[in-house]
Ligand binder design. Structure first.
Ligand code: SF4
Length: 260
């Protein structure tokens, strides 16, 4: 990280907050991409999202949620029927197991409702710290930092952390960014990871964070090849925001599958 070598802790915090503001401007459409209407539905969708895409989960959940509405429904589920519904999401036997146990535990310990505390959520079947933070932030409006594969990769590239452990990353970022921004920051970083700062070839030459990012140059820095790497329905807007001619973005970018 030659570019910001010698940066002081306060300098890093200032730069991180500036990058967070740039991310907010870059991704005004950032949101939780899982479809849900209740905290229980969000918990179920998040459990199903392991090892698959949010798009795939959203294809499966309408039928699942129509059939299973309460914790009691999950607790009493017919295993074979649920496995069949969950099959497209992969690992459907383990996921069925988690959902049935989740329903049983919620019934036995919480009167069928999801608790609203991190230390209670993480003890529930199928729910780890990442899932618990998704639920807190998006269903209960309690600020939470969601460290998924994108968040881990990008916060390291941003020079906010030099760390692989998700829990340590969560605490380090919590120290850099104001608490009220945690949930939306998580969505924006994940959007940036899916649409701009890809794992293999990040679009550095078409990235709004270029001037503030120590990893600028990890991907192509010229406008034309970088613009080709942008993905998602706002790919042209992303190029324009970075000062790149939107006509350099291929029409197919809007339809290109984003990284899971
Ligand atoms: S400059 Fe490159 S490495 Fe840094 S955030 Fe942008 S795309 Fe990612």
């Amino acid at each position: 990280m030659k570019r910001f070598a010698g940066e002081t802790p306060i300098g890093r915090k200032r730069r991180a907050r500036k990058m967070a503001r740039l991310l907010a401007d870059t991704h005004p459409d950032a949101h939780c991409e899982l479809d849900f209407t209740t905290p229980l539905e969000l918990a179920v969708a998040t459990i199903l999202s392991a090892q698959t895409t949010d798009v795939r989960v959203n294809q499966v959940t309408p039928r699942l949620f129509a059939k299973f509405r309460t914790a009691a429904d999950y607790a009493a589920a017919d295993r074979a029927e649920m496995e069949e519904l969950l099959r497209p999401t992969g690992f459907f036997r383990a996921k069925t197991d988690s959902l049935i146990k989740l329903g049983q535990t919620l019934l036995a310990e919480y009167d069928g409702r999801l608790p609203q505390k991190l230390d209670q959520l993480v003890k529930l079947p199928g729910i780890g710290r990442k899932t618990a933070n998704v639920i807190l932030g998006n269903a209960f409006d309690v600020p939470g930092i969601t460290v998924d594969t994108h968040f881990r990769r990008l916060t390291n590239r941003f020079g906010w952390v030099q760390e692989d452990d998700p829990v340590k990353i969560e605490f380090l970022v919590a120290d850099l960014i104001e608490k009220r921004d945690w949930t939306m920051l998580s969505h924006r970083v994940i959007f940036h990871g899916r649409r701009v700062c890809h794992a293999r070839k990040p679009a550095c030459g078409a990235c709004t964070l270029a001037a503030t990012c120590p990893s600028y140059g990890t991907g192509p820095t010229e406008a034309a090849p970088a613009a080709k790497l942008l993905k998602g329905p706002r790919a042209r807007d992303l190029a324009a925001a970075a000062g790149v001619d939107p006509d350099l973005v291929p029409a197919a970018a809007a339809l290109a599958p984003e990284e899971p």
